[in-house]
Write a protein that binds this ligand. Structure first.
Ligand code: SF4
Ligand code: SF4
Length: 455
């Protein structure tokens, strides 16, 4: 079974388009039913700045219609950088002689407490592939430890996981441990590039591309996909992501829960050919096209990107962002000792409070919501709500409730001020009773000390 039709994609990559055709495609995109591959290929060929602005404007409309002003925030937690693979783009590759670090469960607890004290409620766990150091038992113990770590008002309510492709049985263990989304990136869908970039068990392209099917078989129905932009031609990768999303929709009955768009960043001991480096303009273009192509799928940006690019990316399609990230195991410790290797270099070093304040000043609404997976709204049930646009009625109040908690428990005085104004502005936009009444009542209860109220 070939999931990615490489020949077809290569043919589409040379498609060109006209001004009138772009208008038609954008109009179709604004209907929020997605785009087909030909449409995406034509949009990828846009170079003209006026047409690009039109593309950004359409993506912005779709973003606002589906996601409103919300930006959901999370942090990665690197648990172990032991890895048996030799990926050319990652500092955890096995040739790197730097000391390795695997968090003990006490250290996991300590890292979780630090992240909770910042105000984080959702984490993405990262582990290198290492059957001896990072077996599934360790991964499950880490997840259990994090869920059990509660200090003051702090708690992690959703743990998403990124582990190497594994067996259905191991995915079942993840499901039983109560993970949110399972993320696995193909890194590049282009087979010759994949082969060049990978050595070790991850070099098995088929293992990587079919892993999400195994996870689904094990009952994990919130699945995240992504590529590492910069390994191969971004147009090929975008068309492959869309083709993979269509494949998931057709075969599994659920599209991807999230699409991540990491761009290659330099890292210690990493030295790859930068021929396919993606420019800022192309990066924003591809985000806008993905927004129109798979409107119901959350899109994630990381702190690999500079604040300025992140701000622009929020406008054209990004709905989730990491904040205050560290990419070395133990990196959040306050003692300042950074002995472990990080995975790559970061470009946004701001604190969570600074990111939150910035998001508010741009007119967006920070959200720490985790309610869907905790109320069983996953898989096709979630997709139905997302595709029909009904999820908005849940996301918006949940964003307000979780942001209120953040302001009360963690925000600086400056952020509190702009944050309260943001809440007031957003509340005034809600016209529908009884949702407004229930929301006002929940907000009051949160002010009085209750926590974790959600729709
Ligand atoms: Fe290991 Fe993942 Fe890095 Fe590859 S990308 S070297 S599998 S941690
Ligand atoms: Fe995400 Fe569901 Fe919360 Fe919306 S309501 S932000 S989809 S968890």
């Amino acid at each position: 079974m070939s999931i990615i039709n490489e020949g077809k994609i290569q043919e589409l990559m040379i498609l060109q388009t006209s001004r009138s055709e772009v208008r038609e495609i954008l109009q179709k995109g604004e209907e929020m039913r997605g785009l087909d591959l030909d449409d995406c290929a034509k949009l990828l060929s846009i170079q003209d700045s006026e047409l690009l602005e039109m593309l950004f404007a359409s993506a912005k409309k779709v973003k606002i219609a589906i996601y409103g002003p919300r930006i959901v925030l999370f942090a990665p937690l690197y648990c172990s950088n032991f890895c048996v693979n030799n990926c050319e783009y990652c500092a955890f590759h096995v040739r790197n002689q730097a000391p390795r670090k695997k968090l003990t469960l006490d250290e996991v607890k300590e890292q979780a407490e630090i992240l909770e004290a910042m105000g984080h409620k959702r984490l993405l766990l990262e582990f290198g592939e290492h059957p001896i150091e990072n077996p599934i038992d360790y991964v499950v113990d880490v997840i259990k430890t994090i869920y059990a770590t509660k200090k003051g008002q702090g708690e992690i309510r959703r743990v998403n996981v990124n582990i190497a492709a594994t067996t259905v049985e191991n995915y079942r263990r993840l499901k039983e441990a109560g993970i949110g989304t399972y993320q696995l990136f193909q890194e590049t869908y282009h087979k010759p590039t994949y082969k060049k970039m990978h050595h070790g068990p991850k070099a098995d392209y088929e293992r990587q591309i079919t892993a999400l099917l195994k996870a689904f078989e094990a009952g994990i129905d919130d699945l995240g996909i992504g590529v590492l932009f910069g390994l191969y031609d971004f147009r090929f990768e975008v068309l492959s992501l869309v083709q993979y999303a269509q494949f998931m929709d057709k075969i599994l009955g659920v599209g991807p829960h999230t699409i991540s768009v990491p761009r290659f960043q330099s890292a210690h001991t990493v030295n790859i050919d930068l021929k396919y480096q993606v420019s800022d303009q192309d990066f924003l273009k591809l985000i806008a096209i993905l927004r129109l192509a798979v409107p119901y799928t959350g899109m994630i940006i990381s702190t690999r990107e500079k604040p300025e690019i992140r701000r622009q990316a929020f406008a054209v399609g990004i709905s989730q962002a990491s904040a205050a990230s560290k990419t070395q195991p133990g990196g959040y410790s306050q003692n300042g000792k950074q002995t472990a290797e990080g995975q790559f270099n970061l470009n946004d070093h701001r604190s969570l409070d600074e990111v939150v304040e910035d998001i508010c000043s741009l007119g967006y609404l920070p959200s720490f919501c985790t309610s869907c997976y905790r109320t069983g709204r996953t898989g096709d049930y979630f997709m139905k709500l997302a595709k029909s646009g009904k999820i908005h009625k849940l996301c918006q109040p949940n964003a307000l409730l979780t942001f209120k908690e953040y302001l009360l428990d963690y925000a600086s005085a400056k952020t509190k001020k702009i944050g309260e104004q943001t809440i007031m502005n957003q509340l005034n936009l809600i016209k529908v009773e009884p949702a407004k009444k229930r929301l006002a009542e929940y907000l009051k209860r949160i002010e009085q000390g209750e926590r974790d109220l959600y729709f």
